[in-house]
Design a protein around this ligand. Structure first.
Ligand code: FAD
Ligand code: SF4
Length: 334
């Protein structure tokens, strides 16, 4: 039996029209775009995903990494993670993004992985990847085996009674701190969504992870122009140094005025949230202040104030606080 067809669209509208025939753009969609395939094929091998049709989008002209007229950067949806991380403009002006990508996966995977595929990669919650277990994200209404189960690596922020899975991506944490915008083309035309609005909290529908609709193709991600005198950094804490996802991570973008007071700060956390976790609370806590140990600790406390630990992951609250204070200290010292 043929499980899926692999087609290569010669034009963007063909691909969108084909994918729009799927009932959903989310978990369980029957018609899927495929880019690097490093996440989707993985899930298909595990029988977590079983699309009937794959649309190979790699022939589309969406790989460019180029400046925008306002001095920012446009990263094509098919730009490979390696190309983004090693791009001189990214390394110079958006170091946090380069560092986040290089902290993820392996060199071989980063050569295949695309910007949009990374954005949409699935959680590593082990019950999501085990079809014998109940999982509301994989099989809506079946329950959540992680609540009360093995949840050491799962989220403490943004969780619900239906799902506590973390967003696994390092890239996405940097994009949140950089206030990226996701550009989408679909059956109703083109639209742009700030990354803060792109990912949804699990609530009662953890299988719906983003604002994407059937037929929506991500075409690019843009970054705003870099601010002068701004430094940035990504710090990732994990069980081992490679091939491992974050237990806690922090992306920091910061600048100080002549007297050392922080006049611009953006903070996002990884490994602890159900989506890339921008912390407006921590930013507010530090803006206008000097980065003393007490002020950094107060900001970290603010970032994790709403954290809800599960049976095995309470350690993440202190880990994330130390990760954040250390990341800011290192960014300023750099
Ligand atoms: C062993 C291993 C270790 C890893 N470690 C890390 C890590 O430490 N940190 C980390 O961040 N990641 C890690 N990853 C994940 C890796 O970064 C992702 O697998 C990769 O980024 C996915 O990109 P892709 O292009 O291969 O996506 P694909 O598998 O091709 O696609 C993923 C999803 O995106 C959709 N899609 C792709 N392109 C588009 C588009 N343009 N528009 C709409 N939908 C689209 C697909 O339909 C699919 O649903 C690891 C992966 C592996 C296998
Ligand atoms: S945490 Fe989410 S992904 Fe994991 S088992 Fe529960 S519902 Fe599924």
């Amino acid at each position: 039996m043929q499980l899926f067809d692999l087609i290569t669209p010669t034009a963007l509208p063909d691909a969108i029209k084909a994918q729009a025939a799927s009932k959903t753009a989310q978990q369980g969609a029957s018609i899927r775009f495929i880019a690097g395939g490093t996440n989707l094929i993985d899930a298909m091998k595990l029988n977590v995903e079983h699309p009937t049709l794959l649309i190979d989008i790699n022939a589309l002209p969406l790989s460019a990494i180029e400046p925008t007229p306002d001095g920012g950067l446009r990263i094509g949806a098919l730009a490979r993670n390696s190309d983004v991380a090693h791009h001189p403009f990214v390394q110079k002006n958006y170091a946090v993004l380069s560092e986040a990508i290089l902290a993820g996966a392996s060199a071989q995977l980063r050569n295949m992985a695309s910007t949009a595929g990374n954005l949409l990669q699935k959680t590593r919650c082990l019950y999501f990847r085990d079809t014998a277990s109940p999982c509301n994200k994989r099989n809506p209404g079946s329950g959540c085996a992680a609540i009360g189960g093995v949840n050491r690596s799962l989220a403490v922020l943004g969780t619900s009674d239906h799902c506590i899975a973390t967003n696994p991506s390092d890239q996405n944490v940097a994009l949140a701190a950089l206030e990226a915008t996701v550009h989408i083309t679909g059956t109703k035309g083109e639209r742009s969504v700030p990354i803060a609005d792109f990912f949804l909290l699990p609530g009662t529908t953890p299988h719906i992870e983003t604002v994407l609709e059937p037929g929506d193709l991500i075409t690019s991600i843009t970054l705003p122009p870099p601010r002068p005198n701004t430094k940035s950094l990504y710090l990732k804490l994990r069980d081992r140094a490679s091939y491992e996802f974050a237990l806690a991570s922090a992306a920091v973008v910061i600048s100080q005025n002549a007297s050392g007071h922080i006049d611009h700060i953006r903070i996002a956390l990884g490994g602890v949230g159900t989506r890339p976790w921008r912390s407006l609370e921590a930013e507010k806590s530090l803006l206008g202040k000097t980065p003393t140990a007490a002020n950094l600790r107060a900001a970290a406390d603010a970032a994790l104030a709403a954290a809800k630990p599960q049976s095995q992951n309470g350690y993440k609250i202190e880990l994330a606080k130390r990760c954040l204070t250390h990341a800011i200290t290192r960014t300023i010292a750099a």
